[in-house]
Design a protein around this ligand. Structure first.
Ligand code: ADP
Length: 183
């Protein structure tokens, strides 16, 4: 586990479904009906309540699906977190502006977190799995965005980035070039 910026950002290897932060972010797809990777793991471990709430959101707010870069919030069912914030990352090869879309995911997820008074949030590495976003490029973009974010906002107090593998975590550490703190 690595800490940065006076503990405001934590980077760790792990399974996001085990996170105890108040909110976890789901790398969802626009259907909000579940899928593979992070999405599948969250719905499987969180149970049917999350899907029920996603169905309602689709029916009442997003009949055509949640657009790329947007985010919505549900409860977290049986998970340790209290909320799941679902965001739709860009499909790297199909999105005309994948960099902007990826940052929109982080921006909108954090905005919903603030609106709900959420104090801690965990992100997976959005779009870098099935959606094919290059990991080094995502690392550079996300690091720059988050560094700027914490200068401008005091909440959520804690932002965790959860990497599924040590290799992915190392890519982020290298590309962010942030100064590590003792923990
Ligand atoms: P996307 O479709 O947005 O690319 P994926 O779920 O396929 O989303 O992958 C996003 C990233 O999350 C990948 O780097 C993948 O290795 C990682 N990942 C997969 N399962 C988990 C998990 N349970 N916890 C944390 N990260 C995960």
């Amino acid at each position: 586990m690595y800490s940065f910026f006076n503990g405001r950002i934590i980077i760790t290897k792990g399974d996001i479904t085990e996170e105890k932060t108040e909110a976890i972010v789901n790398a969802a797809n626009s259907t909000l009906m579940g899928g593979g990777g992070v999405d599948g793991a969250i719905h499987k471990k969180g149970g049917p309540q999350i899907l029920e709430e996603c169905k309602k959101l689709r029916k009442n707010q997003y009949p055509e699906g949640l657009p790329t870069g947007n985010a919505v919030i549900t409860s977290a069912g049986n998970l340790k977190a209290k909320y799941v914030i679902h965001t739709v990352g860009p499909i790297f090869k199909l999105d005309p502006t994948p960099d902007e879309s990826l940052i929109q995911c982080y921006y909108h997820s954090l905005k919903i977190a603030r609106e709900n008074n959420i104090k801690s949030i965990s992100f997976p590495s959005i779009s870098t799995g099935a959606y094919g976003f290059p990991k080094d490029r995502a690392a550079r973009l996300v690091a720059k965005f988050l560094e700027n974010y914490i200068k401008n906002y005091n909440t959520p107090e804690i932002i965790k980035l959860i990497f599924y593998s040590l290799d992915d975590l190392k890519i982020f550490l290298e590309k962010s070039n942030w100064k590590k703190e003792e923990v």
